[in-house]
Write a protein that binds this ligand. Sequence first.
Ligand SMILES: Nc1ncnc2c1ncn2[C@@H]1O[C@H](COP(=O)(O)OP(=O)(O)OP(=O)(O)O)[C@@H](O)[C@H]1O
Ligand SMILES: [Mg+2]
Length: 284
Amino acid sequence: MAAIQPLLELRGVSKHFHGGGIFKQGRKVQATKEITLSLAAKECLGLVGESGSGKSTLGRIILGIEKPDRGEVLFQGVNLYGKDRSGIREVRRDLQVVFQDCFSSVNPRRTAGESIAEPLRNFARLSYHDELRTVGNLLELVGLDVEDAAKYPHQFSGGQLQRVCIARAISLRPKLIVLDEAVSSLDVLVQAQILDLLSDLREELGMSYIFISHDLAAVAHLSDRLAVMCSGEIVERLDNMDDIHCLTHPVSLALLAAVLPAQPEYRNKQETGAGKFAAAARTS
Ligand SMILES: Nc1ncnc2c1ncn2[C@@H]1O[C@H](COP(=O)(O)OP(=O)(O)OP(=O)(O)O)[C@@H](O)[C@H]1O
Ligand SMILES: [Mg+2]
């Protein structure tokens, strides 16, 4: 029987940067080192680690916009950095991203409707009326109103604008979305709402996520599996988020400690990880 092909596969992916200076004489930074991982369709992989551990670099490599020095990135079987460029444009439309700072992710002079329509204009040739209808449907799908299409970014709250960015990311019904600190700048109640929205959309549209965050609680709320990064390497993995209390690497323990409540008697599974957001959702 043929093995099922993963949606995404990274094989020995390494990337370094030069620390700076006009002659690139600065310190060499190994941003990712020999990263191997795979992701199945409809799966969410949480990627955590301290600042500078290489999460965003790995996210950009997965998106096909940061060429690694070594290794292969296969998305739906297509090597994103291979010599054969045919098929790259087609797979690129299945790869989307949502960043932390929604206000700098959109053009301040464009309405929400125009921002959401941008990928549709690049990849799908829709009539004016079909585009309007599609944008309206997308706004409703992310919990906004059809009339919001006419608003400019400054007329939205941070949480609402992040919904606009999510609507844009899902407009082409991608197979994979890289969420790079996508909820980190929002307050905990809005974070809980956006995490629930992302969870519902994944169910409804059958997408996969790479969920990058330094917040283990947010990751536990959304992810099926976990990879912990330190100095460009994956130092610990979990295949089942229920085992979150079995983490042993010092970086994992530091991230876990950051989401544990102060009183030891409350340090059980309910009050960490997904529990924090479940509690926030209950009070919202
Ligand atoms: N374009 C670049 N030029 C030089 N160095 C870079 C570049 N991009 C990233 N780096 C370096 O690579 C390392 C990994 O950076 P990266 O942004 O991937 O970390 P991160 O885990 O996303 O951090 P954070 O949690 O702060 O977002 C850092 O040391 C960073 O300074
Ligand atoms: Mg980052």
